[in-house]
Design a protein around this ligand. Sequence first.
Ligand code: UFG
Length: 328
Amino acid sequence: MKRKSPFRVVVTGGAGYIGSHVVKLLVREGHEVLVIDNLSTTSGENLKYGRLAIVDLSEEEKVFNLLKDFKPQVVIHFAAFIVVPESVEKPLKYYYNNVGNTLRLLSAMKRAGIENLIFSSSAAVYGIPERVPVTEEDPLKPISPYGESKAMVEKILRDMDLAGEIKYISLRYFNVAGADPEGELGPTYHQPSHLIIRALKAAKGELPFLEIYGTDYPTPDGTCIRDYIHVTDLAKAHLLAMEYLVREGESQVLNCGYGRGYSVKEVIETVRKITGVNFEVREGKRRPGDPPVLIASNKKIKEILGFKPEFEDLEIIIKHTWEFEKRR
Ligand code: UFG
C-alpha cells in the first residue's frame, strides 16, 4: 500500500538486524529512506532497500550534512552496541557509542532542525523488575552498562522534550527474534550471542553444543524467562510510532513485547522440535547481567498505537529464523 504523503526517514543502524526489517517496511509503504550505518557489526547483506551512507555517528559533521541535505521528517535511531555481557566487560565501549554517539546525533538533529526521533530502547532499562509483566511506569534500575546506556539516553530525551528540543518515542524492546516471513532478511551478526540463533547454530552443527547460562534461577525450571517478540511485528510498531509522532506530536515511552514468557529450556525444546535436531545442551554458570524474568505489559502500545501482533507464536518465530539460517 502506497502512502498518500510519504515521509523522508533517516535510519541509523539500518543495515542491522532490526533496522533492516524496518527499512524494508518503510520502502514498501512508499517512504524515502536514507540509512546511516558504519557496517561495524554486520556485513550489509541485509541492506536490500533504501540508500546507504557509510558513516560512523561519531562523525557529527558528516551526520549533520546528511541530515541537512536529506531533510528527514523523522530519524529512527537503531545504531548501538547490544550485547549485555560484553557491556559488563567493556562499559566504556558501550557508553561511548550508545550514549556519546547518540548525543552527537541529537546535536546534529538539533542543528539541522529535525525534531522527531524514534529511539531503540530496551527492556534492560528495568534491570530485575519488581513485578511482571513490567509496565512503562515501573522503576528503571538497569543492572548492566548496556541497560544503563539506554536509560541514560531516555533521560536525555525527556529533558530535551521538556525544553521543546525534541519529540520522541522510545520503544523498549524485549527479546527480539525471528526473521522476515518472506525469507529475505534475518539475523546476520558476525558473532551471534542471542539464544535462539545460537540454538539454531547448534542444530546446524556450527556450534558444538549449546550452553545454558544458569539453571538455578528462581523460575519453574531454573532457567531465565524472556518475552520473545517477532522482528516483523516489532518493525510494524516502528511505522505506527512514526505516524503517531508526526500526527500527534506527543512523546511516548512504550514497551514492545507480547506479554508472555518462555524459559531457556522451553526455547531449546521448541528449537529441537522445529529443526528435528537433538543437538547437545550443556548446563553452565550464570552469565553476568541476566535478570531471571522479563515480560512486557503491552497494554500501552496497544492502546496508543493500536499495535496488533501478527506472529505471536514461539514456533513461528523459530521457524522463520530457521528458514533464513538454513540458507546461509
Ligand atoms: N542464553 C543461554 N545460552 C546462550 C545464549 C543465551 O542460556 O547461548 C540465555 C541467556 O542467559 C538469557 C536468555 O538465554 O537468559 C536470553 O538471552 P539472549 O542473549 O538471547 O537475550 P538477552 O535476554 O540477554 O537480551 C535481551 C535483549 C537485550 C536486552 C536484554 C535484557 O537482546 O537488548 O534482553 O536483559 F537488553
